[in-house]
Design a protein around this ligand. Structure first.
Ligand code: BG6
Ligand code: MG
Length: 217
């Protein structure tokens, strides 16, 4: 067995929060006077909150028109709406196979960690009652560099005391797959081959993951 820790992205791997991010960003765009489509929203997956705002403003042709204070206020306004949505989440929104996967790795003696860009990760994990399944939780409040920088995954590996080369990362975003590879870890992509590249293996979701097979990667 070579894999000793499994690190999981949150949004798009454990839970589908993209729909709530989308509703909140769409509302902000509407207040600013333009339409933000679901296709535009694809560009925000795995991207930090402030970078998401920049992309949104670029779509609306408004990039560069606002001060740093105005940008911070808009991001905070969007986050308030987003938090209203995620506050209503419960276990029924956990994506298929998540709990089995986390339990499966632990039963094999593999450490589990969360590696997410979100500053709302603790709230989401709490509502989904998933917090106890992780040996370490690294979220957007603990890192300063966004994926594809490896910081989030390297911190996760450090916290569970496992060498990066013995870690596997589950990621749905291209920037996240690159972050895993930049950390020197194995990367299992969650999604479609036409959307992602540079991974070691690809699955449609955690329901397709067999921990026993993964640990011998
Ligand atoms: C990532 C999401 O996990 O977290 C991005 O894929 C999001 O869409 C980012 O922008 C930051 O999330 P939050 O909750 O801190 O705004
Ligand atoms: Mg993601």
């Amino acid at each position: 067995m070579s894999i000793k820790a499994a690190l999981f992205d949150l949004d798009g791997v454990i839970v589908d929060t993209a729909k709530y991010h989308y509703l909140a960003w769409k509302r902000l765009a509407s207040e600013l006077g333009f339409v933000f489509t679901e296709k535009d929203n694809e560009r925000l997956k795995g991207v930090s909150r402030m970078r998401s705002l920049e992309i949104l403003l670029e779509v609306g042709g408004l990039l560069g028109r606002f001060s740093d204070e105005e940008m911070a206020e808009m991001a905070a306004r969007k986050n308030e709406w987003y938090v209203q949505y995620i506050s209503k989440m419960d276990e029924s929104e956990i994506l298929d196979g998540t709990v089995e996967c986390l339990k499966g790795f632990r039963a094999l003696g593999v450490k589990t960690a969360l590696g997410s860009a979100s500053k709302n990760a603790m709230l989401i994990l709490g509502n989904l009652k998933l917090t106890p399944y992780f040996d370490a939780i690294i979220d957007g409040t603990k890192v300063s560099k966004a994926k594809p920088d490896p910081e989030v995954f390297l911190l996760g590996a450090k916290e569970v005391g496992v060498d990066p080369k013995d870690c596997v990362v589950f990621e749905d975003a291209q920037a996240g797959i690159e972050a895993a590879k930049n950390a020197g870890m194995k990367a299992i992509a969650i999604g479609k081959p036409e959307d992602l590249s540079g991974y070691d293996k690809i699955c449609k979701g955690l329901h397709e993951v067999d921990p026993e097979e993964v640990i011998n990667m």
